[in-house]
Design a protein around this ligand. Structure first.
Ligand SMILES: Cc1cc2nc3c(=O)[nH]c(=O)nc-3n(C[C@H](O)[C@H](O)[C@H](O)COP(=O)(O)OP(=O)(O)OC[C@H]3O[C@@H](n4cnc5c(N)ncnc54)[C@H](O)[C@@H]3O)c2cc1C
Length: 418
């Protein structure tokens, strides 16, 4: 792309502020940086963590297949050119009229703002859910989940009890299915190491609130997922909405109570929407943006990724959407600086990919269905291509290769021990 009028950049010394260091934040920096490099645009990124986290592989950290360090990469390595600053802080609010972002410890003004603060685990206000379950949204949570599974085995060994180990996953979406199959693989690897635990004494179940699991996925893919779960002896309970959670007991809306030793919560996400002085603004909802991905009436403020939704064109909260949106957002910031017409975002999902544990996956790309090992290879390399940093890619490939011939990491490391 040719930039015709370079004067505009030099004159205004444009400041782009990006909130969030996830898929949307890092990609918008990378795309826009390529377009305006050397033109005096300065970038500021603000995030409450100083790394990029590759969420599609979190469940492999939870199962010991990958190490936590494999799926994160230092943010300062990913944004290292034309950067005014990276600020490790939490966004509190945005004054859209004054063009100022208030952080916990300071504030920053902007010419262009990209809100990309993602989403957090949603417990849907269910009593006891946060207290008694294990979420899977961050790398620390994945490591804690793995520790908990290993602790259950250690406890059984100490007490030499043959009692069943019941692991329940709440949420029959892609994350729920992927984590259930990975945890099943983890328990398979642990069983030979513990004399008191038998494979038949481990029960893994997925509870989905409605009849419709894997919402939005093609039926043919759902059928193969069902078969894979049956083969892995993972039960799938549909129409099993949770009413409340007590210590060790899941209470369903039907009144039924189910015992658990470990409850994994993948029951949805809620957006990390910052407070904003906008009419009718609702902090609990995704930020509604125009087809150009900016706020109506505040055209220099963009919101992309999980935190936003598009007016009249709802988009799923997926990494591939966040990446596509970041391309359009970067281009539109450039167009806006140059006072040219903006382009509309067009939804273009590349397909459905779902890992189903060791050497198994299901995917539909275009209208072609891949199952089993070919789908697993496709899944692995598709996501690997989305990871930042050569070092991280090499570490991941090495760990996958190692797992194919050797065991996964079955150690319990308590990171909170000081
Ligand atoms: C377990 C799991 C598996 C997934 N698997 C897939 C998959 O296979 N395929 C797929 O396409 N998608 C998958 N997703 C969804 C995907 O991770 C999200 O759609 C994607 O991360 C969205 O990118 P984002 O940049 O909007 O948000 P995120 O990647 O979540 O980034 C948000 C950033 O904002 C920061 N932040 C949040 N609040 C604040 C604040 N107040 N102040 C400062 N910084 C803040 C966060 O620390 C983070 O850096 C998965 C998600 C999970 C949880």
């Amino acid at each position: 792309m040719k930039i015709k009028d370079q004067k505009v950049y030099k004159e205004y010394n444009i400041k782009v502020v990006i909130l969030g260091s996830g898929f949307a934040g890092v990609n918008v920096y990378q795309y826009l940086h390529k377009l305006v490099h050397g033109l005096g645009v300065s970038f500021y990124m603000i995030s409450d963590v100083n790394y990029f986290q590759f969420t599609p592989l979190l469940h492999e950290v939870a199962s010991g297949l990958l190490r936590p360090e494999d799926i994160i990469s230092p943010i300062r390595e990913n944004i290292n050119c034309c950067v005014g600053d990276f600020i490790l802080d939490k966004v509190v609010s945005i004054d859209v009229d004054e063009k100022i972002v208030k952080l916990e410890h300071s504030s920053i003004n902007f010419d262009y703002l990209v809100i990309a603060t993602g989403a957090s685990t949603n417990y849907r206000g269910i009593e006891g859910a946060k207290e008694y379950s294990y979420p899977l949204k961050t790398v620390d949570e994945a490591a804690e989940l793995k520790n908990k599974v290993i602790s259950l085995f250690e406890e059984r060994e100490e007490g030499s009890s043959n009692r069943e180990i019941s692991i329940i996953v709440v949420g029959g979406g892609p994350t729920g299915i992927e984590v259930a199959t990975e945890v099943s693989d983890l328990t398979d690897s642990l069983v030979p190491l513990y004399r008191s635990v038998k494979k038949e004494n481990i029960k893994i179940s997925i509870f989905n609130a409605t009849e419709n699991f894997l919402n939005g996925f093609p039926d043919v893919l759902k059928r193969s997922v069902k078969h894979a779960l049956e083969r892995g002896r993972i039960s799938l309970r549909l129409d099993a909405a949770v009413q409340k959670v007590e210590n060790g007991t899941l209470v369903l809306k039907s009144g039924e109570s189910v015992h658990f030793d470990l409850l994994i919560w993948t029951g949805g996400v809620s957006p990390n929407t910052p407070k904003m002085n906008l009419p009718g603004f609702d902090i609990t909802k995704r930020i509604t943006v125009s087809q150009y991905l900016n706020l109506e009436g505040h055209e220099c403020i963009f919101a992309i990724g999980d935190v936003s939704d598009i007016e009249d064109n709802p988009v799923p909260q997926l990494a591939q959407v966040a990446i596509d949106e970041s391309k359009v957002c970067a281009y539109n910031i450039l167009q806006s600086i140059e006072k040219k017409p903006l382009v509309k975002y067009r939804k273009n999902l590349k397909g459905f990919l779902l890992s189903l544990g060791r050497f198994n996956a299901a995917s539909e790309v275009g209208s072609i269905l891949f199952l089993g090992f070919p789908a697993w290879i496709l899944w692995k390399f598709f996501y690997l291509s989305m990871m930042f940093g050569k070092g991280s890619k090499i570490k991941i490939v090495f760990d996958w290769f190692f797992d194919a011939f050797e065991s996964r990491d079955l150690t319990k490391i308590d990171r909170n021990n000081k």
